[in-house]
Structures are given as C-alpha cells and as structure tokens.
Design a protein around this ligand. Structure first.
Ligand code: GLU
Length: 280
C-alpha cells in the first residue's frame, strides 16, 4: 500500500505550485492513502486562517484526504522524545553562536559556497554560564558523532529517487549527509526544526513515498541520516519539477494574484485548473 502526503505550512494561501504538488502526491497514492499534514511548527509565521484555507482550497480542487489531519504544533512531545533520544546518545549539542557570529565565521572561509557549519559543545563550565544567563541556543546534530556511531554504515546510507533531483538525480543514490554539516534540529523556545519533525511524522504516519518539489531534494541527506539514527523506515522519494509561471519564475506565497482563492474569485473552475496543470 502506498502512503503519500502533502505537507504545506499555513504561512500563506496556496498557489498554483501547491496545487500541482498536491495533485502529484495524490495521484502517486493512486487508490491507497493520501495524507494532508499541516507543518506549523514555525508558529510566528503560521496562522489559523491559512490553515482553514488549505483544506478549503484542496477540497475545491477535488482532493480528498485521510482524517484526522495531523497538525505538527499538536505533537511537540513526539519531536521532543526524538530529540531526547539523540541527546541521550550524545548525537546533539547546544550551539550558542549567534547569526552574526556564524556570518563572521563564513566570511573568514575561503571563497566559494558558504561551508556547512560544523562545531562542538562548549566546555561544561562555559555552557553552564551561558545557560544560567538565559542565552539562546540551538540543538545541532553532530555529524562527527553520527559518523562515529554508524561507522562504515554512515557512508552506506542510500535512498531511492523515483522522480528527479534538480540535476536529474534518479534511482538508487548515496545520501552523503556529511555535506550538510551540523544541522539545527531544535531551538530554545521554538521546539523543533523542520527535518526532525518531518522524519518523525513520516514514520508515525506510515508515509512510504515522499512526493514533493525538487527544491527539497537536498533535505533527503539529513532526513535519511536522522531516519537511520532513530531506526525509522526509509521512504522512497519522488521529487517533481517546480512549477514555473509565465515569467519563468516559481510561484511564491507573496504573489497574491495566483493564489487558488484569487483564481477562484476570477471564475476559474477546478476542472480547468487541473487540466492546465496536466491532471485533466
Ligand atoms: N512543509 C514543507 C513546505 O511547505 C514541505 C515539507 C516536505 O514535503 O518535506 O515546503
């Protein structure tokens, strides 16, 4: 049985690009399970009216999904438990670097792309002092600790790409998580970050085929590493091309004119939009 999901963040109204992604995921599920998941861990950007609009717009488009819908902000305990497990195994550390300090570090690096961050925990007395002072910090996954824990298995983490990455990547691929460096898994006060919430949810919901835009292709590396460290099953991936507008640019949440509700207000009917997106 195939289980796919569409996992939007309610930080704006859905546009044509979202419609294309949701239709692609629903079609990939065929007659099996299609799940809608509300990714609202970034509470500062997410709003209830956008969440309500997501269901309304997708139903208008003709989609049906399993209920109840999982809303990430209702399940922070699940993500905390996963973080706690990684912490108990010494795989994460508190990073107190501010954005300005991180920028400064990368400015000192040789020219070329900004290198991924790799660091380590502060010495215990300094960490205790910073904690006592209430300084903000992020929990980062230590790529070095992950490597030590998995041994030769670290370089053997793979995934199956059924669609294509931005450079045509397809088939059985090496995840190569080292390039991502020590990614942030949680922030003080903001619970959990995207990667950890996604792998926990995909596993809990039995998602075995992740269908999403090719802009998230690079996320697979970190997500496969987390799945391996947390003993979670590996879904297959099917990244689809990003839908571009007539101007050759991708649709963005800030383009009000192309939201599904704006199209609807202009008289668009769902069958025509589906046909325009190739789902006629
Ligand atoms: N919530 C993410 C987004 O809005 C998608 C996450 C995913 O599909 O893995 O782009």
């Amino acid at each position: 049985m195939i289980t796919t999901r569409f996992a939007p963040s309610p930080s704006g109204y859905l546009h044509r690009g979202h419609a294309y992604s949701a239709l692609t995921a629903a079609k990939a599920a065929r007659d099996s399970r299609f799940i809608l998941r509300i990714e609202d861990i970034d509470t500062a950007r997410c709003r209830p009216e956008f969440e309500a609009a997501i269901s309304e717009d997708l139903a208008w488009l003709g989609l049906r999904w399993e209920t109840p819908v999982r809303r990430q902000s209702d399940h922070m305990d699940d993500y905390q438990a996963a973080l706690e497990r990684l912490r108990a195994e010494g795989l994460v550390y508190r990073c107190f670097k501010t954005r300005a300090e991180l920028m400064d570090d990368s400015a000192r690096a040789p020219h070329g792309p900004v290198p991924a961050y790799v660091g380590s925990a502060l010495p215990a007395p300094e960490e205790a002092r910073r904690l006592a002072a209430g300084d903000p910090f992020a929990w980062r996954l230590s790529i070095g600790a992950a490597k030590a824990r998995l041994g030769t298995g670290f370089d053997q983490i793979e995934f199956v790409e059924e669609g294509a990455g931005p450079n045509g990547e397809h088939g059985r691929l090496s995840a190569a998580p080292e390039a991502a460096g020590d990614v942030i898994l949680a922030r003080k006060g903001l619970g959990v970050a995207y990667h950890l919430a996604v792998v926990v949810d995909d596993a809990l919901q039995g998602v075995n085929l992740v269908v999403r835009g090719a802009d998230l292709f690079d996320a697979v590396a970190v997500q496969r590493l987390l799945q391996t460290l947390l003993d979670l099953p590996a879904p297959a991936y099917r990244h689809h091309p990003i839908l571009l507008g007539p101007d050759g640019k991708r649709y963005a949440k800030r383009d009000q004119a192309e939201t599904l509700r704006a199209l609807r207000a202009k008289g668009m009917v769902p069958a025509r939009l589906r046909a325009e997106l190739g789902f006629g």
